[in-house]
Design a protein around this ligand. Structure first.
Ligand code: NDP
Length: 340
């Protein structure tokens, strides 16, 4: 079959494309710019004409994906802004929501009958609610929604917390997908799956020539683990939950393959972390890396934001990498790129 992957040049998406190609699918990837194509063509050259591209310059335009969806069997919608620099929250909420709804509308209009399923890359950002008391541990599951971020943006607009603008974009985009599925039930011959990863770490395959080309989550990893740009307090208590990018990719592909995943929202989380856990793993592998907060004791540490991953194990059969494995492979790549 043929799978459409939107934003196929991104950190997560390139791994999704690779996994699809490995599993024998033909992939049609959308990019915004022609200049994103040569690197990908080269990277996936060994798969020949099973990897094709289409340019969608603006995902917020009505009918943006009309051509892209034609004839495909399934869709992985990953394109969405992930940065914390938006002034007006609509800068990121706009493309997140209208990209998602637009993709579903194009599928309904131009591929209803061929497309069986649309997987939407959501996020644990759409799930969690930050508690100001970070000395307590919280565990979230698929029943939770990040109403607090949506409310912050509604009430405070440009003055909302930068992270809430991004979190709201993911919550609103995912919600719009479920609303669409509900509204067009009966008419649409496809169903929807949401994949909700927390912070994604691990080696990259996308085009990174300079540190600045890394995506938002890997820049944070680089700053903390490779450069040690944290206070002792932040090393010990700053963190959330994480997943290896390769599991996110497998999750996206299995979400297409497993019938019972249809209509489900699925958290793909390896587990919680504090920065010092990654720092310890990295420092052990590469003693020249920062030691961070050596007084940290993981046995007494508080993991404030945890996610229940049992549904992903049950429905997608995911088996998660450990902090040591993901750190080893990430450090090896940083080393190879000589930024250590
Ligand atoms: P990247 O920044 O590496 O990739 C983002 C992709 O989306 C790129 O293809 C980018 O295109 C495209 N994109 C960004 N903004 C727009 C826009 N306004 N219009 C059209 N396309 C746009 O990020 P990730 O790979 O990390 O993120 C991919 C997906 O995974 C996103 O949906 C993100 O929310 C989600 N996610 C990521 C997590 C993480 O920790 N990395 C955690 C949870 C979810 P271009 O290259 O042209 O800018």
């Amino acid at each position: 079959g043929t799978v459409l992957v939107s934003g196929c040049n991104g950190y997560v998406a390139v791994w999704v494309v690779k996994q699809l190609l490995e599993d024998g699918y033909t992939v049609r990837g959308t990019v915004r710019r022609e200049s994103s194509i040569p690197y990908l063509k080269d990277l996936f050259g060994s798969y020949g004409d099973r990897f094709e591209n289409i340019i969608v310059p603006d995902i917020t335009k009505e009918g943006a994906f009309d051509e892209a969806v034609k004839g495909v069997d399934a869709i992985e919608h990953t394109a969405s802004p992930f940065h914390l620099n938006a002034d007006d929250p609509q800068e990121i909420i706009g493309p997140a929501v209208s990209g998602t709804v637009g993709m579903l509308q194009s599928a309904l209009k131009h591929a209803n009958g061929t497309v069986r399923r649309v997987v939407v890359t959501s996020s644990c950002s759409a799930v969690l609610t930050e508690d100001p008391d970070l000395t307590k541990s919280h565990t979230f599951s698929e029943v939770n929604w990040n109403e607090a971020a949506i409310q912050d943006v509604r009430e405070n607009g440009r003055n909302a917390e930068p992270i809430d603008k991004y979190h709201a974009s993911k919550a609103l985009a995912e919600r719009s997908a479920w609303e669409f599925a509900q509204k067009h039930k009966g008419e649409a011959k496809f169903d929807v799956v949401a994949i909700n990863p927390p912070y994604v770490y691990g080696p990259w395959l996308h085009d990174v020539k300079r540190v600045e080309d890394l995506n938002t989550s890997m820049i944070a990893f680089y700053d903390a683990v490779i450069k040690g740009n944290k206070t002792p307090e932040e090393f010990a208590t700053g963190g959330q939950s994480w997943v290896d990018v390769r599991e996110v990719a497998v999750g996206h592909v299995r979400a297409l393959q497993r019938e019972e995943a249809g209509g489900e929202r699925i958290i793909t989380s390896s587990g919680p972390w504090n920065w010092q856990d990654f720092v310890n793993a990295a420092h052990k592998i590469e003693p020249s890396l920062p030691a961070g907060n050596t007084a940290y004791d993981p046995k007494t540490a508080v993991y404030h934001t945890c996610f229940d991953n049992s549904k992903s194990k049950r429905l997608l059969g995911l088996d998660y990498r450990t902090i040591e494995e993901t750190t080893r492979d990430s450090v090896a790549q940083f080393k190879e790129k000589v930024w250590l």
